[in-house]
Design a protein around this ligand. Sequence first.
Ligand code: HEC
Ligand code: HEC
Length: 362
Amino acid sequence: MTPRRCLALAVAAALPAACAPAPEPAAAGAPARLAETGLYADFAARTIDPANLPFAPQYPLWSDGATKRRWVRLPTGRTIDASDPDAWVFPTGTRFWKEFSLAGQPIETRYLERRADGSWLMATYAWTPDGDAVLAPERGIRAAARTAAGAPFDIPSRNDCRACHDSGCNVVLGFGALQLSSDRDPLAPHAEAPPPGAVDLDVLVARGLLVGLPAALVAQAPRIAARTPRERAALGYLHGNCAGCHNSHGPLASLGMSLTQPVAAEAEPAALRTTLGCASRFCTSGADTRIVAGDPHASVLFRRLAARDPLTQMPPLGSQVLDDDAIELIAAWIREDLLPVGAASAEPLTTFPRRSAMESQR
Ligand code: HEC
Ligand code: HEC
């Protein structure tokens, strides 16, 4: 079957108007040491300042098995404008931290801060063997550590931060209505239990920290509308891991492929409308259709998720180790859930071959 061409225009027309352009993220002006960013009440004792609120998005980014902790700090007395539930506006002075650890050792702590001109400062602090954490160079640090799988763990460059965080309406990717919903997806790959004292949507509302959140979302926590629990998790994974770049507003809008999940249910989710049976714009992976219902191996999206060579892999940066759980989830979703009801899949219902088998296929 010839794949159809899915046009960006059709996508854009069905979605809210373009977001307001924000000034370019700043690099200059980041404190030299993590200790000076306000994360800790006592850096030497590693005591987090109690004014910094921990949180855990329900669809986390795969980072080659690194464990993470995250905090947000709102300036005293200020609130988040949530009137567009898919694009929260944070007050000047808002700060976010995200700490990455491997084998229990912190490797880097990433930092975002909203500036008075509306821009976001982006910086990351590399942990040193003597227990300090200092501003990493603009180009990042290659092979700063090793993952459990033995692959090098790179501390990203400032441009890499921007590629993921500045390619759509939202610079902040894990702190929004869907990611913080109290109706958490039990099938989300690498789901993290919220840490003690974590804030979620309900807590933010109860504390009066959100202004303008649509009443429907206060009454009922958002969740992805899907035909099966597995589809919900698959769409959530694509939202959390891919939609920073693959949305209908940023530099990649002209691809005509949006993997974003808006909180309001769509008649046909963009993530399906712009992938299922849609012609691929690139042939790097050896297939021509983004998703072929029933056949993961003929689906460009799956092949690129299951690749880790620089030309093909998705995401293109921030990962060198395959996400086996996601590969299994997306394969099963494409193979079984996307077929019309009653149609049997050609393949038996086995789990997808793990890492070694995938590698040898390339
Ligand atoms: C491969 C894409 C990618 C790269 C590269 C990346 N991030 Fe992120 N980042 C994300 C996603 C997706 C989230 C939300 C999901 C999560 O936290 O697991 C996130 C979360 C964060 C958070 C918590 C606030 C939020 O947006 O949810 C901070 C702080 C952060 N990143 C800073 C940085 C900085 C600074 C850099 C560069 C040094 C960077 N990130 C590089 C994708 C990326
Ligand atoms: C840092 C930005 C970024 C992230 C994050 C990202 N991609 Fe991509 N993606 C790109 C770029 C740039 C292209 C176009 C160039 C190319 O094909 O490599 C692309 C192309 C694609 C294509 C081909 C589109 C077509 O027309 O067939 C697919 C499929 C894809 N990405 C899937 C994903 C999936 C799945 C994820 C998440 C697991 C993801 N991407 C995450 C930047 C990104």
